[in-house]
Design a protein around this ligand. Structure first.
Ligand SMILES: CC(C)(COP(=O)(O)OP(=O)(O)OC[C@H]1O[C@@H](n2cnc3c(N)ncnc32)[C@H](O)[C@@H]1OP(=O)(O)O)[C@@H](O)C(=O)NCCC(=O)NCCS
Length: 129
């Protein structure tokens, strides 16, 4: 299992991103990642990579309530971009629909992704990498 250290706004917290699973089927590789802060699960992300279209799709991204607004969500998106580049993919895509209204509404999510470089296209958003 690969691990990567993450930095939070509070530098005293020890955070790591762990790969929890990896599955390859019918030309699509799916990777599940778990964010761990001070030995507690703080979030997760699932990405799907399709070589045929050179695209990485962020299927799921979620930060536990107590760890939100510390920069972890942005770091997970940046990590997805690193994975895409390292696999020579050229596009990142996602569908910005909130799964928890207590964090951001869907329009709020669209603004959040837009601030970190994503462009709207229909129901989806994308970024070239
Ligand atoms: C979307 C999500 C992953 C963002 O994670 P995060 O770690 O809080 O994000 P970051 O700390 O990197 O970015 C926070 C920024 O987003 C914006 N933001 C976050 N929550 C907000 C809220 N409730 N209202 C307004 N802006 C908000 C702010 O600009 C904030 O920056 P600030 O705290 O400096 O003002 C997290 O809120 C979450 O898990 N939501 C529920 C699951 C979900 O809807 N996932 C999206 C599926 S596409």
């Amino acid at each position: 299992m690969s691990k990567r250290s993450f930095t939070s706004a509070n530098k005293e917290q020890h955070s790591e991103l762990e790969e929890s699973y990896k599955v390859a089927r019918e030309g699509v590789e799916t990777i599940g990642l778990r964010l761990v802060v001070d030995n507690n699960k703080a979030g997760e992300m699932v990405v799907k990579m399709r070589a045929e279209t050179a695209t990485l799709f962020i299927e799921e991204i979620q930060i536990e309530k107590k760890y939100r607004r510390k920069g972890f969500g942005t770091q997970l998106v940046r990590y997805a971009e690193d994975i895409a580049r390292s696999c020579r993919l050229t596009r990142i895509e996602l569908r910005p629909f909130t799964t928890d209204e207590s964090s951001m509404s869907t329009p709020g999510l669209r603004q959040w992704y837009s601030r970190i470089g994503y462009t709207e296209t229909g129901d989806s958003m994308y970024k070239a990498c």
